[in-house]
Design a protein around this ligand. Structure first.
Ligand code: DGL
Length: 273
């Protein structure tokens, strides 16, 4: 048993979608959320930059006494999970694009995997795709632009049609059995993305994301290591590397639950974009 908080990290607001599930599935835990909003989006950065930023963020959360770390960022996972698992003494749980359950669903149509540009290019994700029974069924769409809008709290229907048009027009009319939300930011506008797919594609367009599986894995890892909190109360602390006056209201809007916000925390290094 351990009453220390669980650290949840994302480049920005996307990880709040995983935190929302964690509050539901593991309500006895307390959480520290750290969004590296000053440096988001990570998805347009190099692997080296993403690794450096994620590593610094992990150090920051470990310095705050977290008993386990969750990478609630597919991009950070792809660039850094192996290094972090070797370097950190706390267990690290991480999200990955949920192509496995999507590909297990029978169908003749395609599985569209929407993620950041970085995730689709990184070796870890490519290896995951190669392990699928029919890797060619997966169409990877690495998108720039959605993250920045979600960081501003824009998630409603129609908010992304211009961006989605730019990436998906070549595929219009195809059958989409599944749409994998392979970036945690994309989970907030899930409804907008589903509506868009249903308008432009045939097939069920069933949405998949990795949040709940990751939270269940967190629960197993905490239990296995004797780290479960018997009596926490879902307390959430929010840290950001950005301007908390800007990001805290968006975090509250997206998470939609009361949170505790400490003073601004700055993080280094901060490579220029
Ligand atoms: N939320 C992150 C993910 O799941 C990435 C967002 C970003 O580009 O910073 O991949």
């Amino acid at each position: 048993m351990d009453t220390s908080p669980v650290g949840i990290f994302d480049s920005g607001m996307g990880g709040a979608s995983l935190l929302r599930d964690a509050l539901e599935l593991l309500p006895n835990e307390n959480y520290i959320f750290y969004g590296d909003n000053a440096n988001a989006p990570y998805g347009d950065r190099s692997e080296e930059e993403i690794l450096a930023l994620t590593s610094a963020a992990a150090d920051l959360l470990v310095g705050h006494g977290v008993k386990a770390l969750v990478l609630a960022c597919n991009t950070a996972t792809s660039a850094s999970i192996n290094v972090l698992r070797k370097k950190l003494e706390v267990p690290v749980v991480s999200i990955e694009p949920a192509i496995k359950p999507a590909c297990e669903r029978p169908g003749e149509g395609k599985v569209f995997m929407l993620a950041t540009a970085a995730t689709t290019k990184l070796a870890r994700y490519k290896a995951l795709q190669a392990r699928m029974p029919d890797p060619d069924r997966v169409i990877n769409v690495g998108i720039s632009g959605i993250v920045a809008r979600v960081e501003r709290g824009e998630i409603g229907p129609g908010c992304f049609d211009d961006i989605l048009d730019a990436y998906l027009e070549p595929y219009f009319g195809m059958t989409a059995d599944a749409v994998v939300l392979g970036c945690t930011h994309y989970i907030f506008p899930a409804e907008a993305i589903e509506l868009y797919f249903k308008e432009h594609f045939a097939g069920e367009c069933r949405l998949y994301d990795g949040n709940r599986a990751t939270v269940r894995q967190l629960g197993r890892v905490l239990a296995r290591n004797g780290l479960l909190n018997p009596g926490g109360e879902s307390r959430v602390e929010f840290f950001t590397s950005g301007d908390s006056a800007v990001f805290e209201p968006v975090f509250r809007q997206l998470l939609n639950t009361p949170i505790y916000v400490p003073e601004r925390v700055s993080q280094d290094p901060k490579p220029e974009k």
